[in-house]
Design a protein around this ligand. Structure first.
Ligand code: AHR
Length: 674
């Protein structure tokens, strides 16, 4: 079959032969997955069900004086900025907040001490937290307030209040703490009467001194409620359900640039992200470079333990990504020497991760930590990424050393190799060539591309000639939209447009036709808090109350949910700008047709196997007359309208008209097994 990407001109009806009887090449069972990185407030402020900002008085932020351009010039300044009281405000008579304690992991860490007279108040606005009350409170959904607390100078009463932005009370409850140095867990149930943005207030009606730590405010409808495995961090339910709707088969985590860090010290430390929440110490988030005052901390309430549980709950293969001992090569030159103790630690941390996830708690200390969290059984672990967007000999040498250690320790994992930031050029070629000489089918090369819609359409046939039988491809990050972070907001291109979604659909037909060599794909970035002011083009938008999958997400979901197990070849000519792919299982045939043109296109399909009954089509199409504009804000993203049609079959043939700028997923029952 020929897919032409040249300028669209209407043609007479095109005929496609669907060779369902000769489908031998397997579709990768992991073709569609998710890439979850803490960008756009997608963890704290997003998936993390705890609505309290800087909940444990450990806030670590990016130095507000840090400028990305300075880092690009390889003069990365000190980046860590400790601001342990950030997001907490005091009011009322003589009210004062002191942050006390130490950062030592063996200790209790830091905690907040509120002192003052009668009515002294401590306020937290939630996330993003820089524009007043932002705690999303929903009428009828109870919230559980918990904290570690103590009254070092006598017992204390505390009044817990949710106060709306208009000053009205939304919910209230009380707790008391006994006098003494012992920390106790306090609990207060709050029953909101309104759906509103609010602030959490802790008021001392009698004045005095109250020590607080691990402050949590969790909606009762969070994911995993009542399940003992979910003993630490918790997820927001509606966001998890939106992820589940995409039918993902794997999840890549924790990044992204977060894996590498702005400096080596900033690289994601998985060991700090498991175990009791009170022992997890935050790191600053490098994406704070695009937030006001560097205001982005990784509290690690969502860490590797929660990530593996989420994978288990949604039936996804985990794909943890570990540091290769290189800071982000785009922003830094920090490299861990391969012959030193620091690199031995990089390797050992990787081996310990495997033990933590899969080991026997009776014999392995890391596995015992997993069991202590509530998961004595091993987690699934078949995939492992080494490095993110790393490249060149400096990377490949470290990749090989880590890979050799992993293979010796835990043979059989599929290892993902980075190829830099772009799908072409010297760095990319080096990784691809290296992977192809490995002669090891378990190496998968991670390709990243944030390119224009025109590039995606031009590259529909990208994988047709990739060699089979060796290294496979992981499209680990992609979107038909160029990154715009350094560009002033008023000059940025509209994001999440119909054009980008349709271009991605066209590209995915090429992926599906080559789903034997393309093993996995994951869109990027995944989640976006609409007030985060960060990456412009994402898969799912949300705020405290809403979750809005974009047009691009609709395309992802359609492809992932209408996919067979073997690739079906198509013969025939298609009009310019129309693209197709097909797959089948024993009893079902799925055909994808993408019309990128702005005119209707007629297509007739003839299937070479008997079909069972009528067919059906799910069609995503551009609403007539809506064009994205530069002024279009992220709350007005373009939408693809979804329609469902019955398809009449006559003598194995089906005719239909593809709507302008549309994606059609056709499904047929196969009458016989071949
Ligand atoms: O998806 C956002 C970022 O884009 C990722 O962190 C990085 O890998 C890529 O450059």
């Amino acid at each position: 079959m020929t897919n032409s990407a040249s300028k669209a001109t209407p043609t007479s009806a095109s005929a496609l032969s669907v060779r369902a009887s000769a489908a031998h090449r397997p579709v990768s069972p992991l073709l569609f997955g998710l890439f979850y990185e803490d960008i756009n407030l997608s963890s704290d402020g997003g998936l993390n069900a705890n609505l309290v900002n800087n909940h444990s008085f450990e806030g670590v932020y990016l130095d507000p004086k840090h400028k990305e351009l300075r880092a690009l010039a390889m003069r990365t300044p000190t980046t860590k900025h400790l601001d342990r009281a950030r997001h907490w405000e005091t009011s009322g008579p003589a009210a004062k907040l002191s942050v006390l304690g130490t950062d030592a992991v063996a200790s209790h860490g830091h905690y907040g001490r509120l002192t003052g007279g009668s009515g002294a108040t401590l306020t937290n606005h939630g996330y993003p937290g820089d524009a007043g009350p932002s705690v999303a409170v929903r009428a009828g959904v109870n919230l559980r307030f918990t904290a570690l607390a103590r009254g070092p100078q006598g017992g204390s009463r505390c009044h817990v209040v949710l106060l709306a932005g208009d000053g009205n009370l939304v919910a209230e409850a009380d707790f008391t703490v006994p006098a003494g140095d012992q920390w106790t867990q306090v609990v207060a149930e709050l029953s909101p009467t309104r759906t509103v943005r609010a602030s959490l207030q802790l008021v001392l009606p009698d004045g005095g001194t109250l020590d607080l730590d691990e402050v949590r405010l969790i909606p009762e409808d969070h994911w995993g409620a009542g399940d003992p495995r979910w003993s630490q961090g918790l997820f927001r339910r509606d966001l998890v359900e939106a992820l589940r709707d995409l039918a993902p088969r794997f999840m890549r985590f924790p990044g992204g640039c977060i894996v590498e860090g702005l400096t080596l010290e900033n690289a994601y430390d998985w060991k700090a992200s498991v175990g009791p929440l009170a022992e997890r110490r935050p790191n600053y988030n490098l994406w704070g470079m695009h937030r006001p005052d560097g205001d982005y901390s990784q509290s690690l309430q969502i860490g590797f333990y929660e990530y593996f549980l989420l994978c288990e709950d949604l039936g996804m293969e985990p794909m943890p990504v570990v540091s290769a001992g290189l800071a982000c090569q785009f922003r830094s030159r920090e490299v861990t020497p391969v012959d030193g103790a620091d690199f031995s630690k990089v390797v050992q941390d990787t081996l310990d991760l495997i033990d933590w996830a899969t080991g026997d708690p009776a014999t392995n200390a890391w596995a015992a930590k997993r069991a202590a969290g509530g998961h004595p059984e091993p987690f699934r672990l078949n995939l492992l990424g080494i490095g993110n967007e790393n490249h060149g000999p400096v990377y490949l040498e470290r990749f090989e050393r880590i890979r050799a250690a992993v293979d010796a320790h835990h043979p059989g994992l599929t290892i993902i190799m980075s190829s830099g930031t772009a799908p072409a050029g010297k760095a990319f070629d080096q990784s691809l060539a290296h992977a192809r000489t490995c002669g090891d089918a378990k190496t998968v090369v991670d390709e990243h591309f944030y390119k224009s819609p025109a590039w995606f359409i031009d590259q529909v046939n990208r994988y047709d000639d990739y060699p089979r039988g060796g290294a496979q491809v992981f499209m680990g990050e992609y979107a038909a939209h160029v990154p715009t972070l350094p560009i002033p907001r008023r000059l940025r291109l509209p994001a999440n447009t119909i054009k980008s979604a349709i271009a991605e659909a066209a590209f995915l037909t090429g992926v599906e036709r080559n789903a034997d060599v393309v093993a996995m794909t994951s869109y990027a970035p995944l989640l976006n808090h609409l007030e985060s002011e960060l990456w412009q083009h994402n898969l799912i938008d949300f705020d405290g109350f809403t979750v809005t999958p974009t047009a691009n997400a609709a395309v992802q979901k359609l492809f992932a949910t209408t996919l067979g197990e073997r690739i079906v070849d198509l013969d025939g000519e298609l009009p310019a700008g129309v693209f197709a792919s097909a797959s089948r299982s024993d009893d079902r045939l799925c055909v994808h047709l993408v019309n990128t043109t702005t005119i209707p296109q007629d297509v007739t399909l003839t299937v070479d196997l008997p079909l069972h009954g009528a067919g059906s089509a799910t069609v995503l199409a551009a609403p007539h007359g809506i064009q994205p504009s530069r002024r279009m804000g992220s709350r007005e993203r373009a939408k693809l309208l979804e329609d469902h049609l019955a398809l009449a079959v006559h003598d194995g043939a089906v005719s239909l008209t593809l709507r302008p700028q549309s994606v059609s997923a056709l499904e047929f029952g196969l009458a016989s097994v071949s």
